[in-house]
Design a protein around this ligand. Structure first.
Ligand code: CUA
Length: 184
C-alpha cells in the first residue's frame, strides 16, 4: 500500500475518533449542565435558620425539649443537637412503621449523621435546622455515627437509635413528654 494511502486511512481514523471523543465530552458536559440546573431550580423546600447563641436558652432545642415527642397533631418528631463530640440525646427511641420527622441542629461545628442501614442521612450545620422525615421498617437498635469530620473526637461521636414496635412506643410515649432510650 502506498504510504499516502495508509496515511489517508490513519487521518480518517483519527478524525473519526476525534468526533467520538468530542461527542462523549459534549454528552458529559450536557449531563452536568442539566443536573446542575435541575438541582438549582429545586432548592431545599426551605432554609430554616436558628441562633446558635440562644438555642440552649429558649425555643425548641432547649434540653428539656430534646428527644422524641408526639406532637399535638400526632406527628412523631425527634429533636436533637450535635456538638463536639456527642449527640443529645445519645439514644433516640422511635416507633417502627411510622413517619418520624427529625429536626437537628449543631452548636459548634459541622456534624452529620447517618442511621444504620436506613436512608436517614443529613448534615447538621450550626445556624441551620436540618429536617427530614423517614420511617423505619425494622425494629432493633441502629448505630448513628457522625459522618462529617468535626475535630479530634470525631470518630468517637456516636448515637444510637432504638426502633421500637409501634405499640410498645405508643404505650411508653406520653403526649407532651419527651422520650429517649435513657430515662431522664
Ligand atoms: Cu461530629 Cu464528626
Amino acid at each position: 500500500m502506498p504510504s499516502h494511502e495508509s496515511e489517508a486511512i490513519a487521518v480518517a481514523a483519527e478524525r473519526r475518533w476525534t468526533w467520538i471523543v468530542g461527542a462523549i465530552i459534549a454528552v458529559l458536559i450536557l449531563m452536568m449542565v442539566v443536573t446542575g440546573v435541575h438541582w438549582a431550580s429545586m432548592p431545599p423546600s426551605r432554609v430554616e435558620t436558628i441562633d446558635v447563641k440562644t438555642l440552649h436558652l429558649r425555643g425548641e432545642f432547649i434540653e428539656s425539649n430534646l428527644g422524641t415527642a408526639i406532637e399535638s397533631d400526632g406527628r412523631v418528631v425527634v429533636r436533637l443537637i450535635a456538638q463536639q463530640y456527642s449527640f443529645e440525646p445519645q439514644c433516640i427511641a422511635v416507633p417502627a412503621d411510622t413517619p418520624v420527622t427529625f429536626r437537628a441542629t449543631a452548636t459548634d461545628a459541622i456534624h452529620g449523621f447517618i442511621i444504620g442501614r436506613t436512608n436517614a442521612n443529613t448534615m447538621v450545620v450550626p445556624g441551620f435546622v436540618a429536617t427530614f422525615t423517614t420511617s423505619f421498617s425494622r425494629t432493633g437498635e441502629q448505630l448513628m455515627p457522625c459522618h462529617e469530620y468535626c475535630g479530634t473526637g470525631h470518630e468517637a461521636m456516636w448515637g444510637r437509635v432504638q426502633v421500637l414496635p409501634r405499640d410498645e412506643f405508643m404505650a411508653k410515649a406520653r403526649p407532651g413528654e419527651r422520650l429517649s432510650c435513657v430515662a431522664r
